[in-house]
Design a binder for this molecule. Structure first.
Ligand SMILES: Cc1ncc(COP(=O)(O)O)c(C=O)c1O
Length: 353
């Protein structure tokens, strides 16, 4: 049937974003970089304690904002709670980008940067990571001279796992006083590198964090965005009033108390990453160093069959061929050491020596 009303041209031009989200429950989920052991027991208890009244009320954000501000050591005005980082990214585009502006990306990267830029009908200027997954620093500095309105940078980057060092970030920020630089620190718990402390030094810096990865709350959709008060005031103006729900607030409060749980999980994941990398090296599978809770590997032409074989064994990995334009690239989330050992044992059986 024909559409009664035509969609906006920007939407008509876009390719749909369809991540393989269905049928994952009950499997070993090494495909979306989630926390593979679930949220902390404290989060479960906090959710169970939610009262009928709390559920029936629109959420109040003051106490949660104050708690998070203490946790991250910023002022409450420098912080915005968002419905996942995804909402934060969209909010930045909605607030600051006109359709004739340019948005700078370095790809492959998190798909939603391009998605929101295209949705806004802007011009996307996309540079590429090198063959060895090097960050194209000089090209970025050159592209910034054309003053794009926005530069999205995931640090560490997904799916390459690469981390841009603090001095390079400083150079980028200083080369681009008229560009909003969004540093997405979704994998901070694993990399340990943050530039949150810079938000008051630099008027054009926005930092985003998520509770979806190390913190184990992906299903509740909670992220936060940090910037100086002027930027957050503008962003707040464009945000839906109740974007974050009351269950996410209760879970956040408990998660920020259960820091031991997160620290223990991160320690395990970082150790099992080394184990996975050793396994891949032993089997002769090319892979890249990673500062996040995943490893990008190149299984060549056998990747599609391998992914299917893993799926039959109940292990989900993420096919990243569309990022690189050829089969082979697979992103593997690391979880506990037991989970990684299971994966490596399966790989040893499936991968011809
Ligand atoms: C770099 C990066 N940013 C943001 C997200 C999404 O975060 P959220 O679940 O908070 O929307 C992801 C998820 O894969 C990611 O890899």
């Amino acid at each position: 049937m024909k559409l009664a009303v035509p969609v906006r041209q920007a939407v008509a031009r876009m390719r749909a974003y369809q991540p393989p989200l269905e049928g994952r429950s009950g499997r070993l989920r090494l495909d979306f970089n989630e926390n593979t052991i679930g949220c902390s027991p404290g989060v479960r208890r906090a959710l169970a304690r939610l009262t009928r009244t709390q559920v029936s009320m629109y959420p109040e954000y003051g106490p949660a904002l104050r708690r998070l501000a203490r946790f991250f050591r910023v002022r409450p005005e420098e912080l915005l709670l968002t419905n996942g980082t995804d909402e934060g990214l969209r909010l930045v585009v909605d607030t600051f980008v006109e359709s004739d502006d340019a948005v700078l990306l370095v790809e492959p990267s998190f798909a939603l940067y391009r998605f929101y830029a295209e949705l806004a009908g802007t011009r996307v200027v996309a540079l590429r990571y090198g063959k060895g997954m090097e960050f194209p620093r000089e090209e970025v500095l050159r592209a910034l001279r054309a003053r794009p309105q926005l530069f999205f940078l995931a640090n560490p980057n997904n799916p390459t796992g690469t981390l841009v060092a603090r001095n390079v970030l400083r150079g980028i920020r200083e080369a681009a006083p008229r560009t909003l630089v969004v540093v997405d620190e979704a994998y901070f718990e694993f990399s340990g590198l943050t530039v949150i402390r810079w938000i008051n030094r630099y008027a054009n810096l926005i930092v985003t964090r998520t509770f979806s990865k190390g913190m184990g709350l992906a299903g509740l959709r909670l992220g936060c965005l940090f910037a100086n008060c002027r930027l957050t005031a503008a962003l707040r103006k464009a945000q839906s009033p109740y974007a974050v729900n009351v269950a996410a607030l209760a879970a956040m409060e408990a998660a920020t108390r259960d820091v031991w749980f997160i620290a223990d999980y991160v320690r395990q994941a970082n150790r099992s990453k080394q184990e996975l990398q050793r396994g891949l090296t032993r089997l002769g599978v090319p892979h890249w160093p990673s500062a996040a809770n995943f490893v990008l590997a190149d299984f060549g032409a056998r990747a599609p069959a391998l992914l299917r074989a893993f799926r039959r064994r109940g292990i989900l990995l993420r096919d990243r061929q569309t990022d690189f334009g050829r089969v082979g690239y697979v992103r593997i989330t690391v979880g506990t050491r037991a989970q990684t050992r299971l994966l490596v044992r399966a790989l040893e059986k499936l991968w011809p020596s």
